[in-house]
Design a protein around this ligand. Structure first.
Ligand SMILES: NC(=O)C1=CN([C@@H]2O[C@H](COP(=O)(O)OP(=O)(O)OC[C@H]3O[C@@H](n4cnc5c(N)ncnc54)[C@H](OP(=O)(O)O)[C@@H]3O)[C@@H](O)[C@H]2O)C=CC1
Ligand SMILES: O=CC(=O)O
Length: 303
């Protein structure tokens, strides 16, 4: 996601400095690779190297990026990564100060976002959480839906960048609201994906053509872009990752924790989370979240 979003900003004339944890790993590995000739290490340069070809500069650490830039955008896997990039050595806090803005677009829980906000603002910086809805393709096409909350003045200043990254930016008020909105959306999406997988499996096992099911669904009241896009690839057992399953399971887990805090019973989401956990235990975590379909195949045929 970070790569697609950076590429988009570059295409639209923004000056971009990038940092990725793997790049620092690569710098170290390259020296060793000269001796050991492990070719796969050369692949590791891709994430940032391609961006550099399109005009990006490289920051050696998160702190170096913040030092150089007025606005820093983070797009990281989960709460642990988001916290680490801010609080750890060479992290954002070492350079954030008055006049600088930090925008975290990762999907995290409201508590982690609030912790980051407090740390940034206590050093004089401004903070916005801005998780996004939409996957790799919408990120490449600048069609994300941005769910921002926090510092309104920072939101207004960063809007030209959001307008490039997304098709619509919502400002949802105080920090935490963007994180919560994103988790509610992905909890719904994850539950839908499981119902869809069960429908495809039931159709196939009961003697119907699953392709015909896709056509029927697409003409009715529950037609939606996700079924339309994922259905055909799922029927081909193609789970090339757009939204990694491990991240969908993380979002289910965080949404269930939000339900817990608010005493909301969510049996459907809880069952969906179990299915995603099962998929992870089957080694499918790095595939697209639609690979949860495979958990039903693993159950075997009934007579
Ligand atoms: N893919 C999608 O369709 C969408 C994803 N999202 C959300 O966006 C975020 C990013 O998703 P996506 O790009 O798909 O995920 P990826 O797994 O492709 O990328 C995760 C990034 O986080 C970095 N990272 C992980 N742990 C750490 C750490 N401890 N310290 C520093 N960096 C770390 C990784 O670095 P490294 O390369 O070194 O591993 C990588 O750059 C997630 O929160 C996800 O839920 C939101 C909408 C859509
Ligand atoms: O978070 C994933 C998405 O597709 O949105």
């Amino acid at each position: 996601m970070g790569k697609a979003m950076s590429m988009n900003l570059l295409r639209h004339g923004f000056k971009v400095t990038v940092w990725n944890r793997t790049l620092s790993k690569f710098v170290f590995l390259l020296c060793t690779a000269l001796l050991s000739q492990y070719l796969e290490w050369n692949l590791e340069i891709c994430v940032c190297d391609e961006l550099v070809k399109h005009g990006a500069s490289i920051g050696e650490t998160p702190a170096a990026v913040v030092q150089k830039c007025k606005y820093t955008i983070a797009m990281l896997s989960d709460p642990a990564a988001a916290l680490s990039v801010v609080f750890d050595k060479d992290g954002v806090l070492e350079q954030i100060c008055n006049g600088k803005g930090y925008i975290d677009m990762s999907t995290v829980d409201a508590d982690s976002s609030s912790k980051i906000c407090e740390a940034i603002t206590s050093r004089g910086g401004r903070f916005l959480e801005a998780p996004v809805s939409g996957s790799k393709k919408p990120a490449e096409d600048g069609q994300l839906v941005i769910l921002a909350a926090g510092d309104k003045s920072l939101f207004d200043e960063i809007l030209p960048a959001f307008d490039v990254l997304g098709k619509k930016s919502f400002f949802l008020g105080e920090v935490g609201n963007g994180a919560k909105m994103k988790l509610v959306v992905n909890m719904t999406m994850g539950s839908m994906m499981n119902a869809f997988s069960e429908g495809l499996t039931l159709a196939g096992r009961s003697g119907l053509n699953p392709q015909t099911l896709l056509d029927v669904l697409d003409l009715g009241a529950i037609a939606n872009p996700m079924f339309k896009m994922k259905g055909p690839t799922m029927l081909q057992n193609n789970y090339s990752p757009a939204f990694p399953l491990k991240h969908q399971q993380k979002d289910m887990r965080l949404a269930l924790a939000l339900g817990d805090e608010n005493a909301i019973s969510m049996p459907v989401a809880a069952a969906a989370n179990e299915a995603f956990k099962k998929a992870r235990s089957m080694g499918l975590g790095d595939l697209d979240f639609s690979a949860v379909f495979e958990t039903l195949k693993a159950d075997g045929h009934s007579s």
